[in-house]
Write a protein that binds this ligand. Sequence first.
Ligand SMILES: *Cc1c(COP(=O)(O)O)cnc(C)c1O
Length: 225
Amino acid sequence: MNHIAQNINELRLHIPSHIKIIAVSKTKTVPEICEAMKAGQLCFGENRVQELTAKHEQVPEAQWHLIGHLQTNKVKYIAPFVRMIQSVDSFRVLEEIDRQAGRCNRVIDCLLQIHIAREETKFGFDGDEAIELLNNVEFQSLKHVRICGLMGVATLTDDMEAVRKEFRGLSRFFQRIRQDYFPADPSFCELSMGMSDDYRIAVEEGATMVRIGSLIFGARLYRNS
Ligand SMILES: *Cc1c(COP(=O)(O)O)cnc(C)c1O
């Protein structure tokens, strides 16, 4: 736990200051989160609704991002407080986010998760599905969600050139979507890509947000991704 502040400071030396660091605190404890906050870390990411909600209750002053698959029936638990939902992967869930945000009188910031990895198991839209969504008039009528950009998770591999290709492809897709669909909308500005093992590549390829867990908090005791 003592090293958390040090890890954050070290990380900041390697990441340009305009890039936002999301500290991924899944499986980590509230005291560990507080330690990170003391080092000036404000944004935290969780991949499970129950854990996100419990931690928000205990550390409400942090900005909480959801970065894992969201089931439609769980949107209501996070709608009152979530700062950003990075893992929107279907129109259905986006509609429910809109509905629940409306009930809370909020507009919820969202990223569309794009499937860039080779693994079929990972979530997200394919490029043409994302474009179909953006062209959908029902999507365009949603009033309580703000699409702020894209998110992607690269293939889990040691082949860093393969990872770079995936990030580069996502970065190009992001530019294209921004040009074609959000030309006059400054809120569409976030490209969330890169984790502990590949954030440097992601930064080189144009990430504006990186999601870092183990480099900040140490290895997780069990896999929970
Ligand atoms: C767990 C997780 C991370 C952080 O992983 P680390 O390798 O520990 O940095 C980032 N993004 C998502 C979507 C995750 O599930």
